[in-house]
Ligand binder design. Structure first.
Ligand SMILES: [Zn+2]
Length: 266
């Protein structure tokens, strides 16, 4: 059985020199392809290099994560297009992760509003770029589902190009994605005891238009909670999803691999 970790961050493994071992453990468990997701200028170039060296296993995206949107963000966003135009290096698979994060805001209300407004401007600018380039978009939404959806609707972007990564909302949010033809991707959260709302949303979506991811090194699935997450643990998320959907793991593998090929244009 084969799986694709559609959203991982390999930077920490690069930094602590564990990447080779981590990739081997993933491969042993059938995780044959990884998409390492850009968050800021710190990782874009490294991921481009990794994808250029290991193009059959590792793909990458570039994008300015909402938590890295600081004053002067425009200069970072201006650099993004260049990655899609280079001919002697691996091109990004898409733009992301981009979006809105309501969890890491300053306590003071007016400062929080300022930060959120700046995130919104950077999100809008990057959606416009993705629309122009016509590439897949990875959306990060924490506590800002409706605002993210409104920005996407306003952008006029093709909804079939968009995935909400780490979907942790309930059935009504899922229905809003289904109505638009937007994709959803599930993390280890699906294995958590208190995630009934996410499992209900997965049941509503069904097995044909979903992707899975680790978001490593974050969101470690049960039974490895407490340890840093890594791509090999994707298997636990796959098993939990197959169980919710009441289908054999082999069928789940086939269906998600097909979804990955459709969404990412493989
Ligand atoms: Zn992420």
């Amino acid at each position: 059985m084969r799986f694709t970790d559609t959203h991982t961050h390999l930077l920490s493994f690069l930094k602590n020199s564990t990447l080779t071992a981590v990739l081997l453990r993933a491969k042993d468990l059938g995780v044959h392809r990884l998409i390492t997701i850009g968050t800021s200028q710190e990782d874009w170039g490294l991921y481009q290099q990794l994808a250029t060296e290991a193009s059959s296993t590792i793909q990458y995206t570039v994008g300015l994560h909402p938590c890295y949107v600081e004053e002067g963000w425009e200069a970072s966003v201006e650099r993004l297009e260049g990655f899609f135009k280079q001919n002697n290096q691996a091109k990004p698979f898409g733009l992301g992760e981009i979006g809105l994060d309501g969890f890491h805001l300053p306590e003071q209300a007016d400062l929080a509003a300022q930060v959120l407004a700046r995130q919104g401007e950077a999100f809008e600018a990057q959606l416009a770029l993705a629309k122009r380039l016509d590439v897949p978009v990875v959306v990060h939404s924490r506590g800002q589902f409706d605002a993210c959806l409104a920005a996407i609707d306003k952008s006029g972007i093709n909804p079939a190009r968009i995935v909400f990564h780490c979907f942790v909302e309930g059935v009504s949010a899922m229905q809003a994605l289904i109505d638009r033809g937007i994709w959803a991707s599930f993390t280890g959260v699906i294995t958590y005891k208190n995630a009934d709302n996410v499992r209900e949303a997965l049941s509503l979506l069904g097995p044909d238009r979903l992707m899975i991811e680790t978001d490593a090194p974050y969101l470690t699935p049960t039974p490895h909670r407490g340890k840093p997450n890594e791509p090999a643990y994707l298997v636990h998320t796959a098993q939990a999803c197959a169980q919710v959907l009441k289908i054999p793991l082999s069928v789940f593998s086939e269906k998600t691999e097909k979804a990955v090929a459709t969404f990412w244009g493989l």
